[in-house]
Design a protein around this ligand. Structure first.
Ligand code: G3I
Length: 347
C-alpha cells in the first residue's frame, strides 16, 4: 500500500485500496448511505460497491418515512436497499424500529399501553417480516437511555413502561427468527453512567430470555475521545458473554468529529497536527476492533456517512465544515484511510 502517494486517490477508482478487501475475513466494514447513491455508474455508487461489505440507511428506514400515517407503509427505499444488498452481496442493517426521534406523532396519539404495544408490534412485524432473510441485522430499539444514565423518559417508556424494550425484541424475533437483534446507543464508550445502565438493562433482558443478540456502540467520537476509557467501557458490555457466549457488540455509527460536542468556535483549520492525531486515533481504534474481532466479539464496523461532504456532522452543532471520516470531500482517500487499510492487511 502506497502511503506516500501525493496525487489524490479516489475511493471509487480501480487502483484504490478497498476497506472491505483489506479487512476481509476479519471484519465487515460499512457505511450509512442514502438510496440516491445506490444506482447508476456514479462515483458514490462505485465507492459503495468497492469499499463496503455492510450498509445502513441513514434515514430512510426510520419509522417516520416508513409509516408516516397509521397503516400507510412506504417501502420504496427499503425495497431498493434490499435489492442492492442482494445484488452486491452486502450485509444490510435495518435502522431503526423503535426510537423517540423521527417517529411520527400518530404512534402516541390517544394511546394507552395496550394500543401503543399493538402499534409497535404491527410496525415491527410488518417491516421485519417483509425483509426476512434480506436485512440481516436490526437496530430494534435506538437510544433508550438518558445521557446521565437511567432510562430515557420517551413516550415509549412513559406509555408502555420499561418492558417496551423486551416486547420490541420479542416482536422482531417472531418476525425474523434469523436476524441479529441489536440495542443501539451513543456515548456508551465515554459515559460510565450510561454504560453502567446499558450493562444492567442488557443483563436483565438476557436473564429474562429476551432475544437480544448484541449492543450497538454508535461511537460518534470527537477530538477529546479517551481511548483507554473507550476500551474499558466496551469491556463492561462484552463481559455479558458470561451469560450468553455468542453475545456481540457492533460499531454502528462511527465518526470522529473535528469539534468537541457543543463547540461553537469558528471553522477549524485542518493542520498537520490535526491530521496526525486523526490518523493515530483511527489507527488505535482499528487495532482495538481487530482484537475484538479475533475474540469473536465484533464482526461489523459501520461509518456514519459515505464521505466528509455528506456527513451529518457538517450540520451540528452549527454549519461547521467537518472532517470526520476516512473518505474526504470529492471521495478522496485521506492518509488515515491508507493507515487503516494497512492495519487490515497487516502491512
Ligand atoms: O428530509 C427533510 C427534507 O425534506 C427537509 O427539506 C430538510 C430541512 O431540514 O430536512 C430533511 O430531513 C432531515 C433528515 O435528516 C434527512 O436529511 C432532518 O431535518 C434532519 O433532522 C435529519 O437528521 C438526521 C438525524 O439522524 C435525525 O435525528 C441525520 O441525517 C442522521 O444522520 C441522524 O442519524 C442519527 C442516527 O439515526 C441515530 N444516532 C445518531 C445519528 C446522528 O444524529
Amino acid at each position: 500500500m502506497n502511503k506516500e502517494t501525493k496525487a489524490p486517490v479516489f475511493a471509487w477508482e480501480d487502483a484504490a485500496p478497498s476497506l472491505k478487501e483489506a479487512f476481509a475475513g476479519k471484519l465487515k466494514i460499512g457505511a450509512a448511505v442514502n438510496t440516491r447513491h445506490l444506482s447508476g455508474d456514479t462515483p458514490e455508487c462505485r465507492t459503495i460497491k468497492k469499499q463496503f461489505s455492510v450498509l445502513t440507511l441513514e434515514n430512510e428506514s426510520k419509522p417516520e418515512p416508513v409509516q408516516p400515517q397509521e397503516g400507510r407503509f412506504v417501502f420504496g427505499p427499503l425495497d431498493r436497499f434490499a435489492a442492492f444488498g442482494e445484488e452486491n452481496g452486502i450485509r444490510l442493517r435495518g435502522h431503526t424500529l423503535v426510537w423517540h426521534s423521527q417517529c411520527p406523532a400518530w404512534f402516541f396519539d390517544g394511546a394507552d399501553r395496550d394500543l401503543l404495544l399493538k402499534r409497535m408490534r404491527d410496525h415491527i412485524g410488518t417491516v421485519v417480516s417483509r425483509y426476512r432473510g434480506k436485512i440481516a441485522v436490526w437496530d430494534v430499539v435506538n437510544e433508550a437511555l438518558k445521557d446521565s444514565g437511567g432510562m430515557r423518559e420517551s413516550p415509549w417508556y412513559k406509555i408502555i413502561g420499561e418492558d417496551y424494550i423486551a416486547e420490541a425484541f420479542r416482536a422482531a424475533r417472531e418476525a425474523d427468527p434469523g436476524a441479529r437483534l441489536i440495542l443501539n446507543d451513543y456515548n456508551l464508550e465515554s459515559s460510565d453512567a450510561k454504560v453502567g445502565t446499558m450493562a444492567a438493562v442488557a443483563e436483565k433482558l438476557l436473564r429474562d430470555g429476551v432475544p437480544l443478540d448484541g449492543i450497538g456502540f454508535q461511537m460518534h467520537l470527537g477530538p477529546d475521545t479517551d481511548l483507554g476509557k473507550l476500551r474499558e467501557n466496551v469491556r463492561k458490555i462484552t463481559a455479558l458473554r458470561s451469560l450468553r457466549p455468542d453475545f456481540q457488540i457492533e460499531v454502528t455509527e462511527l465518526d470522529l468529529s473535528s469539534y468537541r460536542w457543543g463547540d461553537l468556535a469558528e471553522d477549524i483549520k485542518w493542520t498537520e497536527e490535526r491530521e496526525r492525531r486523526f490518523r493515530e486515533t483511527y489507527a488505535a481504534l482499528f487495532r482495538f476492533y481487530l482484537d475484538l474481532a479475533e475474540e469473536g466479539v465484533l464482526d461489523s464496523v459501520v461509518f456514519w456517512g459515505l464521505s466528509d461532504g455528506v456527513s451529518w456532522l457538517n450540520g451540528f452543532p452549527r454549519r461547521h465544515r467537518n472532517y470526520p471520516l476516512l473518505i474526504g470531500r470529492d471521495l478522496r482517500l485521506k492518509p488515515a484511510f491508507f493507515e487503516v487499510a494497512g492495519i487490515g492487511t497487516g502491512d
